[in-house]
Write a protein of this length. Structure first.
Length: 487
């Protein structure tokens, strides 16, 4: 899907194409977290260990990390309808395969196929939004997008908890399948193409380097906390080396305007700052999403459904606040939202360092709601500022890089908090502390590290401008890179 557009809507009404893509994105993102509560059932029904069963989530994340970098190139080469049809049909095929899976291996294959479709939807939505929505109205529309991408992950564990109370884990896929099919059919009936696709061949070496590099990095990070750190560190280092090779390859390909992922987006200072802020904020958010359920279930003895219901208000608050944040951004700019949001993130994470075995649940809910509201205040303006600072022809590459960094940040956040928590707890247990108190102390330390990282979010928020630099300036800056990397 080319970024070129002959005319953009100028009214205040959200374009139909965006509404359709938001609906589809909600469905596929909901599926990303819907398997969280199903691990124990999979272990019994498919006769696998807990470590093996975790691969239904790990494989999904790995596939997303490997596929998303390709979407920047892909979205410039196909029409909007074709990208949508391919993404949703692949997702449907993976969902159907997972629903009838006779073995764990087939279930895993279904999750990988699902992830391939999911990986296209978020960059497609962001690229289309930046193309068809005028700059003065982007905050409002991006706020509606936040509603979908925030509520869906929050609803996933709750829905899975309810479904698992009533039946088999297969019903998680059976539940999603008709909804996704209906969304696909409705979208194909009403979706219109935006712009014209460009021609160009794909660089397969870049595809291999990207898949092995980003996939290897996420896989290595996901292995931390499983015991020895030697193997995870080796995998992470190999992934970083391959990503460096991928980056050098893209710089060479940019001389002929045929990169798989155009790194000229990083020459926009606003986009680069937004990228760092999003990555660190997402890392902190995912860390809390891992720690809070562990605390509630392992230390407080709550069921998965009870845990999901406790964290649901935060996710709903984040999503429902999105449209309001978007309208405020359009009116006042980004700094009045992002800076208080960054401070709120740090404050909420600092509050979680005070958890005890008897802390009232309303206090936990209040801290989680503060964290989610603060993230909402930051995410919508940062997405809009970062992508808005890019020229039109780099929108697809900018959204792909943001989505890729989210997957890496998710893996890094999970690895970081699990490793810190486990290491501290194991050390205390060796010194005679009871396991319950040791794990509680480990969780407090992990939250403290996340709170310290949130200080970087505050620093980036202060450096961000209130409005994006002009696209014309961004075009000039982006076009300078081939000159800067000449031999």
């Amino acid at each position: 899907m080319s970024a070129e557009l002959s005319a953009a809507p100028t009214g205040r009404r959200t374009p139909t194409v965006i509404r359709l893509l938001v609906l589809a994105t909600f469905v596929v993102i909901l599926n990303e977290t819907i398997m969280i509560n199903a691990i124990p059932r999979l272990m019994v029904d498919l006769h696998v260990t807990d470590r093996t069963a975790q691969w239904v989530s790990t494989a999904f994340m790995l596939t997303m990390a490997a596929v998303i970098p390709i979407t920047g190139w892909f979205l410039q080469r196909v029409t909007t309808r074709r990208a949508y049809a391919l993404a949703m049909c692949v997702f449907l095929a993976g969902t159907a395969l997972a629903a009838i899976a006779p073995s764990f291996e087939v279930l895993l294959a279904g999750r990988v196929v699902q992830a391939c479709g999911t990986a296209v939807m978020m960059p497609l939505l962001m690229t289309t939004l930046m193309t068809v929505v005028p700059e003065h109205d982007r905050g409002r529309v991006m706020g509606n997008v936040t509603l979908a991408i925030s509520v869906a992950p929050a609803m996933g564990p709750v829905i899975s908890g309810l479904v698992l109370q009533l039946g088999s884990w297969r019903w998680l896929f059976v539940f999603v399948l008709p909804i996704a099919a209906g969304v696909t059919w409705f979208g194909l009936r009403n979706l219109e193409n935006i712009g014209e696709p460009q021609t160009g061949s794909i660089d397969w070496l870049s595809v291999v380097l990207s898949a092995l590099g980003f996939g290897g990095l996420v896989f290595g990070l996901s292995r931390f906390g499983d015991g020895s750190i030697t193997t995870p560190v080796a995998i992470v280092v190999a992934g970083v080396i391959l990503i460096a090779a991928f980056a050098l390859r893209q710089i060479r390909l940019q001389r002929t305007d045929s990169p798989l992922l155009d790194l000229r987006v990083l020459l926009s200072s606003t986009y680069a700052k937004a990228l760092v802020l999003m990555a660190v904020a997402f890392l902190a958010m995912l860390g809390s999403m891992i720690l809070l359920p562990l605390y509630l279930q392992n230390l407080r003895g709550l069921s998965p459904l009870q845990t999901g219901l406790l964290v649901m208000p935060g996710g709903l608050a984040m999503g429902l606040l999105g449209p309001t944040v978007g309208r405020l951004f359009d009116r006042f700019g980004g700094r009045v939202l992002v800076i208080p949001g960054a401070i709120g993130i740090a404050a909420a994470l600092a509050g979680f360092t005070q958890i005890t075995l008897t802390m009232p649940y309303w206090q936990l809910v209040a801290l989680h709601v503060l964290l989610m509201i603060s993230l909402a205040a930051a995410f919508t303006p940062v997405f809009t500022l970062g992508l808005g600072a890019l020229p039109m022809h780099l929108y697809s590459h900018g959204s792909s890089m943001l989505a890729t960094l989210q997957q890496v940040a998710a893996a890094l956040g999970t690895a970081l908090v699990v490793t810190i928590m486990s290491s501290r707890a194991n050390t205390l247990e060796r010194h005679g502390v009871d396991p319950l108190s040791a794990n509680l102390t480990g969780m407090r330390l992990a939250f403290a590290v996340s709170a310290v990282l949130a200080l970087l979010v505050i620093a980036m928020a202060i450096l961000l401008p209130s409005r994006s630099e002009s696209p014309e300036a961004a075009v000039v800056v982006a076009d300078e890179l081939p000159e800067l990397v000449k031999d």
